[in-house]
Design a protein around this ligand. Structure first.
Ligand code: SF4
Ligand code: SF4
Ligand code: SF4
Length: 316
């Protein structure tokens, strides 16, 4: 698949069908990848396909000029479609190179299972529904369901449906909705007061680095409300109340656009379980409006139109 990725992207650049390619290259740390954005044919051999391609590369589309060839997993392709729905990206300006996605490996889960830091691991190899981890020369095998990201275990469309080139057959999925929703279910067992305390505690750790916003393709406002000075919605110091307000507002802004790619939670340097907010909103949007983000590029975006029979008279 990697060879085909390189030959297809090379041909796109050589034939002038795209101005640049956005894909994944090996990261500087073990078991990581890094986004590669290039116009150079010589760079194409650095493109890889790996079980550690966590970034949602659709985030770059609103910044890049010209025609872009972009490598996408299922959730990323939905983000591209969502950007097309919002008129942020023109379909004719993207060549979508789809990767049928078997789910990405959560290094944090592997570290917890083997009791070792990632630098101490010799190798991690995915074989179908098993993942083999080698430490000190000893191989141990785990079911993939134990080591994939929670969002991957609840993924609804791992194989991109919108693409120009699909690299391979639809992926066989390792699904486990109970594990995927475990953190949310645990929160729902709490009383409202306990939940309030939980989020107060979590957001007292937030350093307002905005990594969660910056990695998110659905957060595309040219000027984010947090940067407004008139009115000033948030104080510059990261008080927990303002941090919570930021995240609740962000969650409403991405409702109907979030594809549960999990990047915001994965990017958070202090480990705030942001997906418990975003996935819950994703499910609420599905239940209330029967709307799935990034499925139909012709459909109007969720939050920008209303129906004649809208229940709230305010909207009529
Ligand atoms: S959410 Fe789905 S498409 Fe996205 S990385 Fe996980 S399994 Fe792949
Ligand atoms: S990534 Fe985490 S610490 Fe940074 S602003 Fe978002 S919630 Fe706060
Ligand atoms: S809110 Fe988080 S999970 Fe949703 S699209 Fe943005 S980065 Fe992905």
């Amino acid at each position: 698949m990697e060879q085909r990725l390189r030959s297809e992207t090379k041909a796109l650049l050589e034939q002038g069908k795209v101005d640049c390619i956005v894909g994944f290259a090996p990261g500087s740390l073990k078991f990581t990848t890094t986004p590669l954005i290039t116009r150079e044919i010589d760079d194409i051999d650095r493109l890889i396909i790996s079980p550690f391609m966590v970034n949602n590369l659709a985030v770059y589309l609103t910044e890049l000029k010209g025609r872009v060839g972009i490598v996408v997993k299922g959730c990323d392709s939905r983000s591209v479609v969502s950007l097309i729905q919002d008129n942020k990206v023109a379909r004719e300006n993207v060549v979508i190179i789809g990767i049928p996605c078997p789910g990405m490996i959560d290094l944090g889960k592997i570290e917890a299972l083997v009791g070792r830091e990632r630098d101490e691991l010799d190798d991690i190899v995915r074989n179908g529904d098993k993942v083999q981890v080698t430490v000190d020369g000893q191989a141990r095998e785990f079911p993939a369901s134990q080591v994939l990201f929670d969002n991957c275990l609840g993924c609804e469309l791992p194989t991109p449906e919108e693409y120009d080139i699909l690299l391979g057959e639809p992926a066989s999925q390792v699904a486990d909705q109970a594990t995927s929703h475990a953190a949310i279910s645990k929160l729902k067992e709490k009383t409202p007061q306990e939940r309030w305390q939980f989020w107060q505690e979590q957001f007292s750790h937030c350093i307002r680095c905005y990594a969660c916003r910056n990695v998110c393709p659905a957060c595309f406002c040219q000027r984010c409300f947090v940067e407004e000075s008139e009115p000033q919605w948030l104080l510059p110091v990261p008080l927990w109340q303002d941090n919570l307000f930021f995240q609740v507002t962000r969650n409403i802004h991405v409702a109907g656009r979030c594809t549960d790619c999990g990047n915001c939670e994965q990017a958070c340097p202090v480990g705030i379980p942001l997906r418990s907010l975003t996935r819950e909103m994703y499910d609420i949007v599905g239940d209330l409006f029967h709307f799935k983000s990034g499925i139909d590029k012709e459909a109007p975006p969720l939050m920008t139109h209303y129906e004649q029979e809208e229940a709230e008279s305010l909207f009529r």
